[in-house]
Design a protein around this ligand. Structure first.
Ligand code: ZN
Length: 347
């Protein structure tokens, strides 16, 4: 959708689903379509500002925001690394505070222009009032102490002061599931089926958060060297794309370090190989298409810190001790490592 301060902003496909649902059910038959569209656009902007609030505070803690994804029930600012509990507390709080500030500013404006009465007796056709209440609702909903809401993160960071992070996550996720159940039951009893949709997302979000935390705990304190590929093939810098393609077929490897003597000078991924093949044909040299600015990690770096590096670089990072190539860290191998570790396998 574009970017703000260099942070890409994406719409989750379910957001479109919500728009379709809203059109089908019709939020309020008496309203003009233009007003409705304007209100939704302004609400969307409020959600975006909420996420930018998270991103701004995490930047203050030196954590880069990889992207902002907007879901129907709010957004997610994906951070480069998991913040520490105190950092998480402030980052999570920042979003709802933005909505609270917007609501407060709008209420003050309404109070000044049309008197307190206008705030207490809102009408459906007034955009400013609806937006003020909409932002208040966003702030309150997001402060519910359950995953995946911001309130759940605040709760986790507070519990993490007394208990382990695993316990804190479990409690926040459990309250997320309970909230989702409660919402679902209420939706069915009251006939507000749109709320069923929200309940579904809350449940999904709580589960996702648990998985992310489990992944983090499985990788924390584990050196990169125990999850790397040590049995791999390399290419010499004078080889052609044809020879690289042969090796791609003959092995299950997808990323090949390119060597000049015993020095690594590049990394040829499957994608780059195919692109080179399409652009220059099979007889071109791989040195012309390989990635010279490949990602590298040290063998003793914590796996939890290496995963974001891997995520940024694509599917493969080279494990190097100084200039010496020791192995490959690939997403495929990493997931195998995690499955084995979860089953209690120790190397
Ligand atoms: Zn938030």
């Amino acid at each position: 959708m574009g970017s703000v301060f260099g942070v890409p902003i994406r719409l989750h496909f379910t957001f479109l689903l919500l728009l379709v649902l809203l059109t089908v059910f019709g939020l309020n038959g008496s309203e003009s379509g233009v007003m409705q569209a304007l209100y939704l656009a302004m609400l969307f902007l409020s959600v975006l500002l909420h996420e930018i609030g998270h991103a701004a505070v995490s930047t203050r803690f030196g954590i880069r925001t990889i992207e902002i994804i907007v879901f129907p029930i709010g957004g997610v600012a994906r951070l480069e690394r998991q913040p520490k509990p105190t950092e998480e507390f402030w980052i999570a709080l920042a979003g709802p505070m933005v909505n609270l500030a917007i609501a407060a500013a709008l209420f003050v404006y309404i109070g000044n222009t049309r008197g307190i009465g206008a705030i207490l007796q809102p009408t459906d056709d007034n955009l400013t009032e609806r937006l003020a209440y909409g932002n208040l609702a966003l702030a309150i909903f997001n402060m519910l102490p359950a995953f995946p809401m911001d309130g759940g993160r605040v709760l986790r960071s507070v519990i993490a002061r007394f208990r382990s992070e695993a316990d804190a996550t479990r409690i926040a996720a459990a309250s997320g599931r309970i909230l989702a159940m409660g919402l679902a039951i209420y939706a069915i009893v009251s006939g507000q089926y749109l709320m069923l949709f929200i309940a579904f997302f809350v449940y999904l979000g709580a589960a996702q958060e648990t998985i992310a935390t489990t992944g983090r705990m499985l990788t924390q304190g584990v050196p990169v060297r125990s999850a790397m590929v040590t049995d791999f093939r390399t290419l010499a810098h004078g080889q052609t794309i044809r020879e690289a393609a042969d090796l791609l077929l003959a092995t299950s490897q997808q990323d090949f370090p390119v060597m000049l003597g015993d020095q690594v000078i590049g990394l040829l991924s499957r994608n780059l190989l195919l692109r080179g093949l399409a652009a220059s044909g099979p007889e071109a040299y791989i040195a012309g298409v390989m990635d010279r600015a490949f990602s590298r990690v040290g063998p003793d770096v914590d796996l939890a810190e290496a995963v974001p590096v891997l995520a940024r670089s694509g599917s493969c990072a080279l494990v190097m001790d100084g200039d010496k190539l020791l192995g490959l860290l690939t997403t495929e191998n990493l997931s195998e490592f995690l499955v084995l570790k979860q089953m209690g396998f120790q190397k």
